[in-house]
Design a protein around this ligand. Structure first.
Ligand code: PEP
Ligand code: MG
Length: 315
C-alpha cells in the first residue's frame, strides 16, 4: 500500500520510465541540512538564511554569517546547495533591516528591495557565502535573490554574485518575473519558483490569512499558467527551473510540474519520500498529459480533478 511504498522508496528522484527529477530539501540551518543529508535529499534547493538575522539588533559579522553557512555546505560536500539571500520584511521581519511602518508589508520593502536602503547588507552576505563556499570546494553553491521584480535588479544582483565566482539565479515569486521570464533568464544561470509568494501575488491573497485558503492554493489555474510559462522559458533558454514553494511537496502537483518541464523540486526533507514514490509510479508522458490537462481549468479543484483523471486515463 501507499505507506509501505513511501517507506521503501529510495532516491534519486525519477519517473517510472527513468526521467530524472532532482528532489532537494528546504532548510534554514546546519542541523536541518544534516537531517536532510541523512534522508533522501539530493541537495538543498532552498537554504533560507533569515534565521541568523531574526533575533539581533545589529547586522551579524561576515565571519559569523560564514560560520552559519559552512555547516550547511559541509552536510552536502559534493552536491548542490542553493542559498537564498536575506528575505527580510513582511512575514520575515528583521529588526535592523525592515521598515516598521508600512501599510502593506507584503507589497513593501522586502527581499531584494531591502538592499535599496542598505546595499552593504547584501554585499556582506555574499562575501560570507563565498568565504564559506571556499572551505567546501566540492559543494556546488548556487545563490539566488528573493522578490526580484525588475530586470535591472536581476542584472545588478547577477553582477555581484558572479564577481564572487558563484552561480546566480533569482526566485520567481512576483508575477512580473514570470511574465517577462525570457528577459530575466537572459540575466541569470537559473531560476527557482517560490509558489507561496507567487500564489499570494497572483491571486492578491495574503498567504498568512486563514480565510483565504481557496485563493492561496497553488492549483489555481492562473498560478499553474505562470509556472508553465516559466518552465517553457527555461527549456528554451536551456537553464534550470526549480520549484521551492509548498507546491513541490504535493505529490500529484509534483508530477504535473514534472510534466511542465520543471527540473528540480525542493521541499521539507520529510516530504521527499512521498513525492519520490509518486513520481516512480508515473511516466513522463503521463506527467505531460496531466500538465496539458490542467490548462483551461476553471478553479483549483477543477485543476486537481483534471490532473487526477489524466493519470487514470493516460497510457
Ligand atoms: C516561496 O515564496 O514560495 C518561498 C519558497 O519562499 P518563502 O516561503 O520563504 O517566502
Ligand atoms: Mg517567498
Amino acid at each position: 500500500d501507499r505507506v509501505a511504498r513511501i517507506r521503501a522508496w529510495r532516491g534519486p528522484g525519477r519517473t517510472a520510465d527513468g526521467v530524472s527529477m532532482q528532489l532537494l530539501a528546504n532548510v534554514q540551518d546546519g542541523a536541518g541540512a544534516v537531517a536532510a543529508a541523512g534522508g533522501q535529499a539530493e541537495g538543498i534547493g532552498l537554504f533560507r538564511t533569515e534565521l541568523l538575522f531574526l533575533n539581533t539588533q545589529v547586522e551579524p559579522s561576515v565571519d559569523s554569517q560564514a560560520g552559519s553557512y559552512a555547516p550547511v555546505f559541509a552536510a552536502f560536500p559534493s552536491q548542490k546547495v542553493v542559498v537564498r539571500t536575506l528575505d527580510a520584511g513582511s512575514d520575515k521581519p528583521v529588526p535592523f533591516a525592515t521598515l516598521s511602518e508600512e501599510f502593506n508589508p507584503a507589497l513593501g520593502v522586502r527581499g531584494i528591495r531591502t538592499t535599496g536602503q542598505n546595499p552593504d547588507l547584501l554585499v556582506h552576505q555574499l562575501d560570507a557565502v563565498a568565504q564559506a563556499a571556499a572551505l567546501q570546494p566540492g559543494t556546488d553553491v548556487w545563490v539566488m535573490a528573493p522578490m526580484i521584480s525588475t530586470i535591472p535588479e536581476a542584472r545588478w544582483f547577477a553582477g555581484l554574485v558572479r564577481e564572487r565566482g558563484l552561480r546566480v539565479g533569482i526566485m520567481i515569486e512576483v508575477p512580473a518575473a514570470a511574465i517577462l521570464i525570457d528577459q530575466f533568464l537572459a540575466e541569470v544561470d537559473f531560476v527557482s519558483i517560490g509558489t507561496n509568494d507567487l500564489t499570494q501575488y497572483t491571486m492578491a491573497a495574503d498567504r498568512m490569512s486563514p480565510h483565504l485558503a481557496e485563493y492561496t492554493d497553488p492549483w489555481q489555474p492562473a498560478v499553474l499558467s505562470l509556472i508553465a510559462r516559466t518552465a517553457e522559458g527555461g527549456m528554451e533558454a536551456g537553464k534550470p527551473v526549480g520549484v521551492c514553494g509548498e507546491a513541490a511537496a504535493d505529490p500529484l502537483l509534483a508530477c504535473v510540474l514534472t510534466g511542465m518541464g520543471i527540473t528540480s523540486l525542493s521541499m521539507a526533507a520529510s516530504a521527499i519520500p512521498a513525492v519520490g514514490a509518486q513520481l516512480a509510479r508515473v511516466t513522463i508522458e503521463q506527467c505531460r498529459a496531466a500538465a496539458a490537462a490542467v490548462v483551461g481549468a476553471e478553479d483549483a479543484g477543477d485543476a486537481r480533478n483534471r490532473a487526477r483523471s489524466a493519470f487514470e486515463t493516460a497510457p
